[in-house]
Design a protein around this ligand. Structure first.
Ligand SMILES: [Zn+2]
Length: 298
């Protein structure tokens, strides 16, 4: 699991199945305009439910602005404003880059300590995420826990540089725009790419060096969250998205996401924008990493 940020594996099949049975008659007309079928609609319905449940929670204090509803505890009253301001910056950047604004206000939940964030997912104490996007809600660990406190302006500046909001908000925007129609590695690559462009942050570890056998694109596509070397998987995802952003000038990534939003499959969208099948993506990635200046050299 990624040390800094992650998406937990969704264990929602049973709920989606139930929602599907209940909703089928009402949703049938809409399906004709959603080529990728039921799964996107069921997922969107589930996401709406989770978001509404968090927005209504009374065991948190609430503060909102034009884009966000922030749920926080009394312990974080002094940093709530800083978190909201940084979230607004992320909102402006990412909605512009992906040419899409999610509907309504986005729910952020600020947990006062690691234990309460981990409990909200049933995670073990080894999970060290600073932020998590899942099903329409962004959960954040309070910056008080992992940044030096004291000067409030310094804390906010550090949170802007090192915080997870741009990364998690990118996950959210892609998810709403496409209703989950993307490979796992793509959302992790895109989130890192946005974050890198605006903050310069890139997750690098000794075990993510590229002078070792790399995961194939097929491995990233079929089993990303289960790959044992997550640092390497995340780095390859970042480099793949960076490559795709450069292949067609500025508009390629946006066109790719636009097709995913229409329900076009990943393979078809890749072919339409970049003229390559999945096998071609592997070859182009290998060539890209061999090129000086690609960001693929250690
Ligand atoms: Zn992520």
């Amino acid at each position: 699991m990624e040390v800094r940020r992650s998406i937990p594996k969704a264990g929602m099949l049973a709920i989606l199945g139930l929602l599907g049975i209940l909703a089928m008659p009402a949703l049938a007309p809409a399906l004709r305009t959603h080529p990728s079928g039921w799964s996107r609609l069921f997922y969107a319905a589930y996401r709406t439910h989770v978001r509404a449940a968090f927005a209504a929670r009374q065991d948190f204090l609430t503060r909102d602005d034009q884009h966000f509803i922030l749920k926080y505890t009394r312990a974080d009253a002094a940093v709530a404003g800083a978190v909201l301001r940084q979230a607004d910056l992320a909102y402006d950047r990412v909605t512009k880059d992906l040419d899409y604004s999610p509907p309504g206000k986005v729910v952020l939940v600020l947990y006062p300590d690691r234990a309460s964030l981990q409990r909200s997912f049933g995670w073990s104490s080894q999970d060290q995420a600073l932020g998590v996007y899942w099903a329409g809600v962004i959960r954040l660990l309070s910056p008080r826990v992992w940044l030096p406190t004291g000067d409030e302006r310094q804390l906010e500046a550090a949170y802007g540089r090192e915080g997870p909001v741009t990364h998690e908000f990118t996950h959210l925007v892609l998810d709403y725009r496409t209703d989950g129609n993307y490979p796992y590695w793509f959302t992790e690559g895109l989130a890192q790419w946005e974050e890198y462009r605006y903050t310069g942050y890139l997750w690098l570890e000794p075990q993510s060096r590229l002078d070792q056998p790399l995961y194939s694109v097929a491995e990233l596509s079929t089993s990303f969250p289960a790959l044992p070397n997550q640092a390497l998987a995340y780095r390859e995802a970042f480099l793949l998205v960076r490559m795709l952003d450069g292949e067609e000038g500025d508009g390629g990534l946006q066109r790719l996401v636009g097709l995913l939003a229409k329900g076009v499959s990943w393979d078809e969208a890749l072919d339409e924008v970049y003229g390559m099948a999945p096998a071609g993506l592997q070859k182009r990635f290998t060539d890209y990493l061999a090129r000086p200046g690609s960001g693929g050299e250690d």
